[in-house]
Design a protein around this ligand. Structure first.
Ligand code: CA2
Length: 156
């Protein structure tokens, strides 16, 4: 059974413990369990990884790129947190492992927030984007990723 990778960036380990008005009351462990259940319902394993360190996230993307070539990993759902708005290095990493599909997800509607959250370095390299659905967005992102994977397989 192929694997989907769930990546979460800086401060997302705090989910459900602070700022519930912005990010909700669901914890990261809850999100990971919800994504694992969705992945398994759709016939995939799920691996989850969170880091507050840019390089660790980049290493995971590179590793996923290698595992995509062997068929072990089918795609990635990635909330890059604040690195979304700052990281050319993450854009380069995702661009460098194409055609590995990476879905960018944000819990909040970043476009309804401060201007500095309106630009994403990640979006131009993403296969799709889910924004503003709260933590339910992770489920939508997994479902969308699986549809992309199926469409790519059908196209050969
Ligand atoms: O809406 C999102 O998912 C974000 O990626 C979350 C990032 C933020 O910098 C992006 O602009 C949008 C921040 C994640 C911080 O998560 C916390 C969760 C609970 C308490 C404090 C921070």
């Amino acid at each position: 059974m192929a694997t989907l990778l769930l990546l979460n960036g800086p401060n997302l380990n705090l989910l459900g413990t602070r700022e519930p008005g912005v990010y909700g009351a669901t914890t990261l462990a809850d999100v990971e369990a919800q994504c694992r259940a969705t992945a398994q319902r759709l016939g995939y394993e799920l691996e989850a990884f969170q880091s507050n360190h840019e390089g660790a996230l980049i290493d995971k993307i590179h590793d996923a790129g290698k595992r995509f070539k062997t068929g072990e990993v089918a795609g990635v759902v990635f909330n890059p947190g604040a690195f979304t708005h700052t990281s050319v290095a993450i854009f380069d990493a995702i661009s460098g492992v194409k055609p590995l599909p990476v879905i960018e997800i944000h819990i909040s509607n970043v476009h309804a927030r401060e201007a500095f959250r309106h630009h994403s370095y990640v979006s131009p390299a993403a296969a799709g984007i889910v924004v503003g659905f709260g933590t339910d967005g992770y489920t939508l992102a997994i479902e969308g990723l699986v549809r992309k994977v199926a469409a790519a397989a059908a196209a050969g």
